[in-house]
Design a protein around this ligand. Structure first.
Ligand SMILES: C[S@@+](CC[C@H](N)C(=O)[O-])C[C@H]1O[C@@H](n2cnc3c(N)ncnc32)[C@H](O)[C@@H]1O
Length: 218
């Protein structure tokens, strides 16, 4: 997989920034602008795939959590940040923890999902190991992935300059540190990597830059 996660200093900066964006309630607005509206549709694909008991790893203050809880038996949202937005549904629970150290027994859930959070793990191998360990059926990852080397200059330009400018405007001028997306993206494997470990690519946009990967658990 290559480099397995964010170095501690980068992880701390990313978490501080995300906490700020959640508190200011501008994270989703900025994301919609930077992803040109595609992230919501891709999240809906993930919501349509899972059922039963679902662990959503790196849920943040996910706007989709009530929808996820309303269509499944139970949702546990795991995140190091104690975000403000919670679903009021009785089958929704929030656990403050990290993917690398999950306080759950083996096969406690039907599915484990990670939407735009796998990229931020401190240790992707350990986080993925735990997501598989606690799932009976499979793991679904929706995220930005590394692209072919030919596309890298365009991707670097977009996430280095265009996306931060769009995030700044969409958030009403908040200092969101959107330039931190780029170093997290540069540490990602390509979506195709997951095929080598038994995964299937369910959706692919922007020549694989944004993909949904499904890893069945045997
Ligand atoms: C970009 S946000 C995505 C939030 C939400 N899933 C969504 O789609 O809007 C990434 C989330 O991953 C969380 N995160 C970062 N490192 C993590 C880790 N090691 N384990 C679990 N979650 C982590 C962050 O706190 C943040 O809430």
């Amino acid at each position: 997989m290559g480099p397995s996660g964010l170095p501690l200093d980068l992880w701390l900066r990313v978490e501080r920034t995300l906490g700020y964006l959640f508190n200011e309630a501008v994270y989703e607005r900025a994301n919609t602008a930077m992803s040109l509206g595609t992230h919501g549709a891709l999240r809906r694909v993930v919501l349509g795939l899972v059922y039963g008991r679902v662990l959503d790893v790196g849920c943040g203050d996910g706007v989709y959590l009530t929808q996820l809880a309303s269509r499944t038996e139970e949702v546990v949202c795991l995140d190091p940040l104690p975000a403000r937005n919670h679903s009021a549904l009785p089958n929704f629970h929030r656990v403050v923890a990290v993917a690398e150290y999950m306080p759950f027994r083996d096969k406690s859930f039907d599915f484990a999902t990670a939407m735009f959070s796998f990229r931020d793990f401190m240790d992707k191998a350990l986080g993925l190991f735990n997501m598989r360990r606690v799932s009976k059926r499979g793991v679904v990852i929706l995220d930005l992935f590394s692209t072919s080397p030919y596309l890298r200059p365009a991707v670097t330009f977009y996430f280095g300059y265009i996306a931060p400018a769009m995030g700044f405007v969409a958030s009403g001028g908040r200092r969101g540190r959107w330039e931190l997306i780029l170093p997290t993206l540069l540490l990602m494997p390509r979506a195709d990597f997951f095929k080598r470990i038994g995964g299937v690519i369910i959706a692919r946009r922007g020549l694989g830059l944004v993909s949904i990967v499904y890893l069945p658990v045997n």
